[in-house]
Design a protein around this ligand. Structure first.
Ligand code: FES
Length: 282
């Protein structure tokens, strides 16, 4: 048994005895322990300060001793060892994974490129989402930088838009025949002016909105993390995503919250009172 273990066992033995005492006696013992510890901490702090001024190598040598290190750690005078970088990156992923998974996405580590770069891959919905840059910078990159301050560059590589897209609907799995055909989806009076109409078309979830006689059609997916927009609140021609509040102009699909992530829109044709949509992206 090492010197450190013996010393710790001795402390534990006395603590176990004291824990059996009545409360007033325990308070005295704990008070005495705290007072002695405070004295030791003050002395150790001065000692470290002097050693730092005289010789950093002497300080490092002293801290290499397991008893010295354990006592300094107990008094919070040295930092606990950091887990390896790869482990901290996984901790960062665990933090953002619930959000990504809830939108059928995920992230994986591709490579660590010392001294300051990490390569990651967004997978599932996140890889094909028009807002993947935002997902990376707002979620994944921030989490990595919080856990790994030495990392200053997080690069997304090898996005594969065909990976696991069956739930996303961002890429039509249907034939060119269907995508190039006008399909009736509603009558004009079924398309509301103050909300949206959700329709399913050949496996694609779409929303329709009308302003006067003009009808627009979009993929029913927020460009932030892919939430359905059909429950979003519509005010003054602007729809707000129920998940995190991204806003879009229903006239154009333009995103008012983040630039360059407009809604995916589809061509609309109105004949008599019927609304036709072509599953061909604009
Ligand atoms: S999914 Fe986040 S704002 Fe829509």
């Amino acid at each position: 048994m090492s010197n450190l273990e013996e010393l710790v066992q001795e402390i534990n033995r006395f603590e176990a005895i004291i824990s059996e005492w009545d409360e007033s006696q325990r308070c005295v013992a704990v008070g005495l322990k705290r007072a002695i510890e405070a004295l030791h901490k003050a002395a150790l702090t001065s000692l470290i300060k002097s050693l730092k001024q005289e010789s950093m190598s002497a300080l490092r040598h002293a801290v290499a001793d397991e008893v010295v290190y354990a006592v300094l750690l107990y008094h919070e005078l040295v930092k606990p060892p950091k887990p390896p970088l790869a482990q901290r990156i996984q901790t960062a992923f665990e933090e953002v994974r619930p959000g990504l998974n809830s939108h059928h996405g995920d992230v994986e580590l591709v490579a660590i490129k010392p001294p300051d770069t990490v390569e990651v891959r967004l997978i599932g919905t996140c890889s094909s989402c028009p807002a993947s840059t935002l997902t990376l910078s707002q979620g994944v990159e921030q989490a990595i930088k919080n856990h790994c301050p030495e990392i200053t560059k997080v690069v997304a590589v090898n996005n594969n838009p065909t990976v696991n897209n069956t739930n996303s609907g961002l890429i039509s799995p249907f034939s060119s025949k269907i995508t190039s055909t006008w399909i009736k989806v509603a009558t004009i009076d079924q398309v509301p002016e103050f909300s949206v109409l959700a329709v399913q078309l050949a496996g694609n979830s779409l929303i329709l909105h009308r302003q006067g006689v003009r009808v627009t059609c979009y993929h029913n997916a927020c460009t932030h993390l892919g939430s359905p927009l059909k429950e979003g609140k519509v005010e003054n021609g602007i729809i707000t995503c129920p998940s995190h509040g991204f806003q879009y102009k229903l006239e154009t699909g333009e995103c008012l919250t983040a630039p360059d992530v407009s809604l995916q829109s589809y061509p609309v044709n109105i004949k008599d009172d019927k609304v036709f949509v072509k599953l061909q992206k604009l």
